[in-house]
Design a protein. Structure first.
Length: 213
């Protein structure tokens, strides 16, 4: 079932959408070797260190794109998310003529200026990388939010963060983390993320082509 905006697309756009929707997974070579970079990113974010978060995001993005044999991007991490009546912007992918595309992720919420949770930040970063991959890896003429797009994003997340409970806030000893994060809690959060993603798809199509609110 395509998203509602499919109805408004032209025949050419629908072909791109269908192509995007058909690819549900990405195999990331050497994903397990990137886990140190993922952990560095989580640490920097937890310390609310913008520069270190940016540096870690750059290194992780570079490693992912290199492993996939795809051209690089510029990565920027900014403080508080811009907000508007349509909501908050989480990330942005901006292709630029004659330059590497610019990928931006915000690390604080607009309202309370709190540092976003690791999983949220990581998903946003991977989401924006997905837009880049649509053009550079899948050679699509446009990058749409399709169910396939979100599944690819999740597949990349699962390979890089096989055990999200390791990064959960508030639980310290490694041994107790697994039991603290009940599978029920995880499922519920996942369902919430999915709902948010769907809402984003609708909102983003109407407002900014690659802004992720
Ligand atoms: Zn997007």
């Amino acid at each position: 079932m395509p998203f509602a905006y499919y109805k408004r697309l032209s025949a050419k756009q629908r072909r791109i959408y269908d192509e995007s929707d058909a690819v549900v997974r990405i195999q990331l070579p050497g994903a397990e070797k990137m886990q140190a970079r993922v952990a560095a990113l989580a640490r920097a974010l937890r310390k609310s260190d913008r520069k270190a978060t940016e540096q870690a995001s750059r290194q992780l993005t570079e490693a992912i794109l290199k492993a996939l044999g795809v051209a690089g991007v510029r990565v920027r991490v900014l403080a508080a998310r811009p907000s508007h009546d349509w909501g908050e912007l989480h990330g942005l992918y901006e292709p630029e003529e004659g330059r590497k595309p610019l990928l931006t992720v915000w690390m604080r919420t607009a309202q309370r200026r709190q540092v976003v949770a690791f999983k949220t930040f990581m998903r946003t970063l991977l989401h924006e990388i997905m837009h880049h991959l649509d053009y550079e890896l899948f050679e699509l003429d446009d990058s749409y939010h399709t169910e396939g797009f979100y599944k690819r994003e999740s597949s990349l997340f699962r390979q890089l963060v096989p055990d999200p409970s390791l990064y959960e806030e508030g639980t310290t000893p490694r041994a107790t983390r697994r039991s603290a994060a009940t599978s029920e809690g995880r499922t519920r959060r996942k369902a919430g993320a999915k709902r948010a993603a769907r809402k984003t798809a609708a909102a983003e199509q109407q407002h900014l082509p690659f802004g992720d609110s």
